[in-house]
Design a protein around this ligand. Structure first.
Ligand code: 3HC
Length: 312
């Protein structure tokens, strides 16, 4: 049974009124937003690592510059999202500590290795492609700072997806048979983990019901996953690549592709920290945090000096 303030809050959400930081909100609304936005931010920051691996190995200066710009964007998305989460009363230190201690989650997709240059194209096309499908609805979610942060993020994601797909067109349609085979190998490794980005099946999604009632989540995990499959299959065909799913089949009656079962054991194993690169990714973040301590100390010393000067 909702209390008076909770009823009034739900009415505002139902009427499409944006909730702002200073508005009254149920504790549980605040808590689930801190959970989702901080984990979203962690995903952006950890997500820089797989691509960083190819920055010094890009085949041309143009590709290096594009990749550099994309990785820099991801850092910006992370900072944007940490700031949006801070409007809910959580500190940056707390969120970063939760990531580094292994307490907070980040997207499973960033625990896979980038073995060849084709992986960089796959990440742009499939990972950022999935991210766009998941993030466009978030531009209309009920919490103001999150929705507004998503508008710019989505614009930049479109560049990320375009550059990735362009890279694959180069290799698949204008490259050598070896380059095309490299792309097929990358598709085989990235296809299923990209579908896991949308979360568990709706029936197993612990947060969806409440998040949908509060208009944080506007479409279900399975709905967005289906949209990604329907969008990506024709794009794979254009590249001349085969989607690694023998059960994939157009279903005229449904107007969607039917597709095979996702390996949810793999999904849960990677969330638990047993993916191919989990330890390496967290270690890289811990090392970076350690190496950057002097910068944070210098900033706070400078800020303290400035504050003292203002008092004089
Ligand atoms: N990796 C890790 N954890 C995942 C996950 C994944 N792929 N999918 C779901 N989970 C977790 C959820 O966080 C939740 O655990 P928690 O309660 O401890 O947080 C649990 O599995 C159950 O899932 P639910 O469906 O109940 O959880 P949500 O309602 O939060 O839905 C979500 C999951 C769809 C990822 C949602 O949190 C969301 O939309 N988040 C914002 C977008 C986001 O974080 N995307 C991640 C990638 S960011 C990215 O790709 C950036 C791009 O620039 C490359």
């Amino acid at each position: 049974e909702l209390s008076g303030p909770e009823q009034a809050f739900q009415q505002r959400v139902d009427d499409g009124v944006r909730i702002e930081p200073k508005d009254w909100m149920p504790q549980a609304y605040r808590k689930t937003l801190v959970r989702q936005i901080s984990q979203h931010a962690h995903s952006e920051i950890v997500g820089m690592l797989p691509e960083g691996n190819w920055l010094t190995r890009a085949p041309t200066l143009k590709r290096k510059a594009i990749l550099q710009a994309k990785i820099q964007d991801e850092a910006g998305h992370g900072l944007y999202l940490y700031s949006a989460a801070e409007t809910l009363g959580v500190s940056r230190e707390e969120m970063v500590d939760d990531l580094l201690s292994g307490k907070a989650k980040y997207s499973t997709i960033f625990n896979y290795p980038t073995l060849t240059w084709a992986d960089i194209g796959m990440i742009g096309w499939l990972v950022d492609g999935s991210a766009i499908i998941n993030q466009i609805p978030l531009c209309r979610c009920s919490y103001g700072p999150y929705a507004r942060a998503m508008v710019r993020v989505c614009k930049e994601e479109s560049f990320h997806q375009r550059q990735g797909y362009d890279l694959l067109i180069q290799m698949c349609r204008h490259g050598t048979p070896e380059q095309k085979a490299m792309c097929q190998d990358a598709l085989n490794r990235w296809w299923w983990p990209s579908l896991m980005m949308f979360g568990p099946p709706d029936a197993a999604s612990t947060n969806s019901a409440q998040s949908m009632q509060w208009r944080i989540k506007l479409f279900s995990n399975d709905e967005l996953r289906q949209k990604m499959v329907d969008q990506s299959v024709p794009q794979a065909e254009y590249l001349g690549l085969t989607v690694p799913d023998p059960d994939l089949k157009w279903n005229e009656a449904r107007g969607h592709y039917d597709f095979g079962e996702i390996d949810w054991d793999e999904f849960h194993a990677v969330i638990k920290g047993n993916g191919p690169c989990n330890r390496e990714r967290l270690q890289a973040r811990r090392d970076a945090h350690e190496a950057g301590a002097w910068v944070r100390e210098a900033f706070s010393a400078h800020a303290a000096k400035q504050a003292a000067r203002r008092k004089v």
